[in-house]
Design a protein around this ligand. Sequence first.
Ligand code: GDP
Length: 206
Amino acid sequence: AQIIQADFVKSSVRFEDCPSDGLPEFALVGRSNVGKSSLLNSIVRRKKLALTSKKPGKTQLINHFRINDSWYLVDLPGYGYASAPQELRKDWDKFTKDYFLNRSTLVSVFLLIDGSIPAKKIDLEYARWLGENQIPMTIIFTKCDKRKKKKNGEKNGGKKPEDNVNDFQELIRGYFETVPPWIMTSNVTHEGRDEVLLHMAQLRNY
Ligand code: GDP
């Protein structure tokens, strides 16, 4: 399941502009700073493949990378920029959701969740929307090498990634008919990198 070739193909503004060759694809999405670029670069074993600029406004694009000439990895804009104006945020929301609802070659959304911190409301809302709209989803927990230090008087601060992962799954259970598959990853230890690729290979062969 290794990646031999990865080519940037295009950035699309709307799902209608995405490549139309019918190859299966996987979309990566997550809160900004969740570790999406790091994961993308780590699974293709390349630095700086992700072209998405981090500045809000420049990230409003659906970026297609063709892998081994047979499938696509799709980099979607991060959500949850604290600095983005409300209007812009709604825009991102709409065009990503249009893509999820209409892109027939989308095999699974890979929702990236920071495994080093307790669940964030915006992540739970995102997972809920995907579940309620029956969009196939895989949860990728990132930063699973990292453990937040417990501060004085803080209740959740000292939780291990395993605890955050279990808590998150407990919280989203009700949104899904079947529990979404999940993988714990780290770009520091490279835990989970091969599993992500293997899982994508399995999904392509269904
Ligand atoms: P993006 O905004 O989602 O593309 O996030 P980046 O890939 O740029 O990562 C955001 C920050 O998290 C950077 O400072 C990374 O070095 C850090 N980071 C990313 N992945 C990991 C990880 O697996 N473990 C740790 N400890 N830090 C990470």
